[in-house]
Each structure stands twice: as structure tokens, then as C-alpha cells.
Design a protein around this ligand. Sequence first.
Ligand code: SF4
Ligand code: SF4
Length: 370
Amino acid sequence: MAEVNMEQLLNCALCPNLCRCECPVLQATGREAVAPAGKARIASLANEGKLYWDEVMLEAAINCLACRGCTIHCPFPELNLCDELLYSRLPAREQGVNLPSVEPYLNNLRKYSSPYGQKAGALVTENQPGEKAGGQKVLFFNGCTSLANHPGSIEAARSVLVRAGVSFQMIEEDCCGYPAQVWGDEDMVRQLAEENRRKFKDSGAELLVTSCPECWLTFSERYPNLGQELPLEIVDGPTYFLGLIKEGRLEPVEKSVTEAPGPKVVSYHDPCIWARTAEKTAEPREILGAIPGLEIKEPYASGARTRCCGGGSMFQLAFPGTASAVAGRRLQEVPADAVLVTACPFCREGLLQGDKPVWELIEVLDRFFK
Ligand code: SF4
Ligand code: SF4
């Protein structure tokens, strides 16, 4: 089990809280207990045995989107508060203290290997031989949120990969396991990691591409931390698809956006993990910039200073009210005349409220590239 870094936690617990204005859950709720330093105090006191986990304490400590917005002004560059909170609260479950709102989703994970319940059928694509030479054999991983709620983005990915002549497959997916880690069930995370590793190896693929930032981070960082190195290269969707454009395997349609159906003005919302952890802020903009005539307007706070949509860490399942308030605040920062584009199924889910359309980057690729 990963160890808690008490020095970092205490730094945070006693710090002057420069991050307050960037923490979306504090901004949305106004609750001092869920401010970054508030959660760090609970976690450090629990680690020192001065406070016992109960439902109230656990609810506060788990009230984190793992958006890393707090890192923008934080004076401690080594601090990963999201992980420290996650490791600190693991003993809660061992002591029989759980968050009732997530138990149905954990039961779904146990039964169906997806927090959303029974998986949709007919989404598997057998080995699709690439028509254009070159490139590795790709396994495209959709992630449980797209599988459950956005079959359109799966069809878009399939159609773009076929058009680019990529040799690829989509398999019967199990959840990457991150939801179980967030909710404190380490045994289930290990079980899902082992099962995914076996499936990836059996697929014979050389490259795993995913459009889900949580899956990408889990496969590339969290699995190795659990001793589960995957037997294939892992790449994020924005980088991979930009590579296909640069190789000339995808070309923008000749018609300008003014003639083709679809958005004319877009605003790109940077998902927290792509922007702050993977540092992928240029790639999506390069893809959008390659579409002739498409106007791009930046939202207030973009790139590495992006603000969370409320969907990180499966927050919308555990805390739907706060998630919705966080998304509502973010939507106010988007130019009113622009169609919102993002590159994360959780962001899309979080921001899809009211009458504002939200597109995933893969759907834009499907619409504007041949
Ligand atoms: S996250 Fe950083 S800035 Fe915020 S309270 Fe903790 S140590 Fe201070
Ligand atoms: S990661 Fe995001 S939600 Fe969590 S404490 Fe930091 S700013 Fe707040």
C-alpha cells in the first residue's frame, strides 16, 4: 500500500491557504472542512490517531475532484494533495466506515466490472486490419463512462480510426479501477488491474490509445505504482490523433466550416489531467486549428490554469449536487457564442447541463476530417 507523506500533509494543513480561490469544491460549497487545508487537517489528524474516521470525516476527506487546481498557487511543488488524501483515507474502509452514496457503484463494479452497471453489448471491434501501411497495432480503450453514456463518441472513434487506415481493435472492457481506488477498495483495484493486464496482453496490441484521461493516468502511473506494468505503450488520444493528422492519414474536409454542418465557433475546455498532469494543452488546439475556418475562443482560465468541470474522480456519482454547481460555475466562463469542445468523457458529462451543446474532440475529428 502507498505510504502517506506526513511532512507534506502537515505543510498543507498549516499553510496560509493560497489555493482557496482555485479549489472548486470550496468555491461551490463554502465549507471550510472541504478546503484543501481543511481536508489535509482531517487526514493528518487521522494519520496521527488523534481523530477517528466516521462518515462525516470521510465525506469531507473524499470531497476532492483530484483536479490539482490547488497546485496553481501552492508553495509546495512536491505536494500531491489528491494522492495524500486518497492514501490517508484507505484505513477508513478497513475500519468499516464507508460513504453510503458510493456503495451501489462499488457493488456494480464487483458484479459487472463497471460502476454504471451492466455493460452495453456490441461495442467490441474485432481486429480491424489497417488499410494504410505503417503504425502499430492499436487497442483503443473507451473507458466505462463513454461505454455507459456516450456511445456516439465510441462510434466516432471507430469511424476516425477506420478512415485513417489504422490497424485497431476495441475489446470487451473492464473498468480501469480508478473509481474503486477513489472509494477505498484497494483489493478491487488490484483485481481489475490484473484482469486488464491479461486482456491487453492477450490482444496482441502494441499501443493502447485512450480518450479518457482518468484511464490514461491509471494505466500509465497508478498501475505501475501497484506493481502492474502494462505490456504495451500507452498514449493519450489528443497526441495520437494529432499524429495521424501530421502523418497525412487524416485530412480536413475541403469545405470550410461555414458550409459544413457543425460548430463554427468553439471554445476548448482543458480537462484537468490532460492540462496539469499530462501537459497536453497544445495538441487539442492544434487539431482544432487544422480545421479551415473554425474560430477558437478561449474560456476564462484555460491551459494549465483550467478550472474543473466537477467530473473528476467520479465526483458526479458521489456528490451530484456539488458536481453540478462546479459545472455551472465553469459554464459561466465559456464565451456565450461558442460551442464547447472537450477531450474527456467526464468533462462532457459534467458540462452537459442546460441547453449548451458539448462536443468531444473525437466527434469534431469525425465531423471535420476525412
Ligand atoms: S494545497 Fe498548497 S496552497 Fe493549498 S493549503 Fe495545501 S499547501 Fe497550502
Ligand atoms: S485537487 Fe481540486 S478539489 Fe481537490 S483540494 Fe485541490 S483544488 Fe480542491
